[in-house]
Design a protein around this ligand. Structure first.
Ligand SMILES: [Zn+2]
Length: 246
């Protein structure tokens, strides 16, 4: 922290002319320079998360008035045959343009402001390739199927023993302040729901708008999604407990 402050002071001394009238403690540079909380020691492999790992988790529902869906097909572990894969997240069915708020504080690591929808045939061809490999290739998933997306890094504090990121997919717009490196607090406005990355979007319609949301946990062994392998009843009960309205 001392180094950061020293760097800021040095910077504003050298480039004082450019910062006249600007509050150095409230400048974008200061915000970007805030150290991200990291563990002092390497995180040991914790393995596949169990229910108890989520005991103290309390997240704000990302779309106001849209509860955790009951249908198993909208929850983690649901099969996704169209892409030969498994659903890793929650589909919050919210009308096109519904405001999305951050469920927890974090740092933006991806924000697809310039996302352009892909041609329909290209998407179909990629899904055919997915069928051939028998799973959803990560490049197809991340670059095509998520559509216009935001990724947030929550560091190591949200779930003990893991680094946590959350993903917001199929968005129609992203707020201009949401750019990589920016810090967000719980409840900050991220952007609006849409259907980018879906077949309907490639066909130029607004059908099927929803927020696809994921919470990914990482340790030395790899990564997992929240709810991975949980039976439906445990999963639904857990999600209802950890998602709150304020
Ligand atoms: Zn989904």
């Amino acid at each position: 922290m001392k180094n950061v402050i020293f760097t800021l002071i040095t910077f504003s001394t050298i480039f004082g002319q450019q910062t006249i009238g600007e509050d150095p403690l409230n400048s974008p540079m200061h915000i970007f320079a805030l150290p991200h909380k990291a563990p002092l020691q390497k995180i040991e492999p914790s393995g596949m998360p169990i229910l108890a790992h989520f005991d103290s988790l309390e997240l704000l529902l990302p779309c106001r008035g849209v509860p955790v869906p009951k249908r198993a097909s909208r929850l983690p572990n649901a099969p996704r045959t169209y892409r030969s894969g498994t659903h890793r997240g929650i589909d919050f069915f919210a009308n096109w343009g519904t405001s999305i708020f951050t469920p927890a504080g974090g740092v933006v690591v991806r924000a697809d402001h310039d996302y352009k929808e892909v041609p329909p045939k290209f998407r179909v061809d990629l899904l055919e390739e997915s069928a051939q490999v028998g799973q959803t290739p990560s490049d197809v998933f991340h670059n095509i199927l998520l559509g216009k997306a935001v990724f947030l890094d929550h560091g190591f504090d949200l779930v003990p023993g893991y680094r946590v990121i959350t993903i917001y997919a199929h968005m129609s717009t992203i707020d201009k302040n949401i750019i990589p490196g920016a810090r967000v607090d719980r409840g900050d406005f991220l952007g609006r729901s849409g259907n980018t990355g879906t077949k309907d979007s490639t066909l130029g319609t607004r059908a099927g708008a929803h927020l696809h949301w994921e919470l990914i946990l990482q340790d030395a062994n790899g990564e997992y999604y929240m709810g991975q392998g949980f039976p439906y009843s445990d999963l639904y009960k857990m999600l209802n407990r950890i998602f709150v309205t304020e």
